[in-house]
Design a binder for this molecule. Sequence first.
Ligand code: NAD
Length: 495
Amino acid sequence: MRKIQNYINGSKTNISQKELSVQDPSTGEEIAKVVLSSKDDFKKAIESSKKSQIEWANTTPLKRSRILSNYKNLIEKNINDLAEIVSKEHGKTLADAKGSVTRGLEVVEFACGIPHLIKGEFSQNVGTNIDSWSIRQPLGVCAGITPFNFPAMVPMWMFPLAVACGNSFILKPSEKDPSCAIRLAELFSEAGLPDGVFNVLQGDKEVVDLILESSDISSISFVGSTPIAKYIYEKSANFGKRVQALGGAKNHLVVMPDANLNQAVDGIIGAGYGSAGERCMAVSVAVAVGDIADQLVEKIHIESQKLKVAPWTDPESDMGPVISKEHKEKIENFIDIGVKEGAVLVEDGRNYKIQGYEEGFFVGPTLFDYVTKDMTIYKEEIFGPVVSVVRAKSYDEALNLVNNHAYGNGTSIYTSDGEISRHFTTNCKIGMVGVNVPIPVPMAFHSFGGWKQSLFGDHSVHGMEGIHFYTKLKTVTSRWPKSIQSGPEFVLPTN
Ligand code: NAD
């Protein structure tokens, strides 16, 4: 059986003999075993990260940028292999996997600009003959803990920028699809990154806790579910760390009566069912405003029935399986609850079977109508191919739904009315907003992050927020001794 190890100091290694099964979600078969790191593995990673960081921080930003540029070329060259690694363990379609690697690659492209991005600020004569400047310095050893749904893209939101800023980085990927992280690390070494600057530590809660408690680690970047994000945020803060912890979501797409209906339906189908709904920016709630609801539900229903649910090896597949048997059961349980609580089940994806893949973790596209704000399927994140239609009488009612939900990751409005769209973008309490765009995921040179229960901490990921998160600000005020002799001063200097 293939063994997925750690990647420490430029080579694959493990001390712990504890292992966990990694499955192919399309067949349910075990395809590898991943090492669950122990305290000894952790110590090895920390020593290597601490040692390499000192020299790396003294490497000029231009030299760092050249290594990142080599890395960008290598990822482009290997993009099909990387996508296949993602699809094999995650189950998403190959085209979707390739798209996600590309979104990660864009962060590497952004990080190549590090000499410019890290430039400080300078003011001449803040006082007479006194100059002042600000610089941004690396934090030291940074760590990232990432979820199963984007095994390439989410880690790449973090480590390229952390490393570009002069830090070393320890990645703890999801134990459900851990291979991609190792390939990303090997390619970074091939690009010329010194050993130890980027280490991968496989494992579960045990190693996460060692990371959070370590006084040798300066910052934690986390992406995953809200309960764990909250735990990471609180524990990291207790141990004096800088932390950004991104959590779950329940993204609403509001369809106004004047919307282009076909565009809105395409948006809901792609963003609701793509990647089997396992995206933090998936549309899980469609809010139909006014008299558009009947038509909207009918069209979503017709289009959802056309989707091809199949393994990633089928080039015509629109969506693959969900990640595990337990997750399939959890989603189907939510559907049971939806029915019990009185929502109208228009399309039922339970007990979905594909010939030849009977043991795979497939859930078919599921559509609920007449969902209300008190129902469990409305309040909780399902993280599967389930779309709930909520009917709202007015725009104000729709906006209140968006604003009163506990999650605040993404939202979108479909309308032809500029005034409504401006009101919505200004007044919704959500981190990422789309207008006639279903998944408003910001590009690498902007920043990604939600509000409310979708992000704990002050910084979003990538863009300038990422540069600020992975650096400490230092401001220097300087006067040369011969410029002025004025004797001691006992009041705060003013100009
Ligand atoms: P998860 O919270 O179960 O796991 C995330 C990471 O935390 C994994 O590396 C896992 O090993 C670790 N972990 C799990 N339980 C832990 C514990 N008790 N103590 C310490 N560490 C623990 O999330 P998941 O199921 O892998 O991913 C899906 C979730 O991630 C969804 O809720 C989704 O919305 C969210 N997500 C959010 C974003 C975002 O940008 N906000 C992006 C992607 C995914």
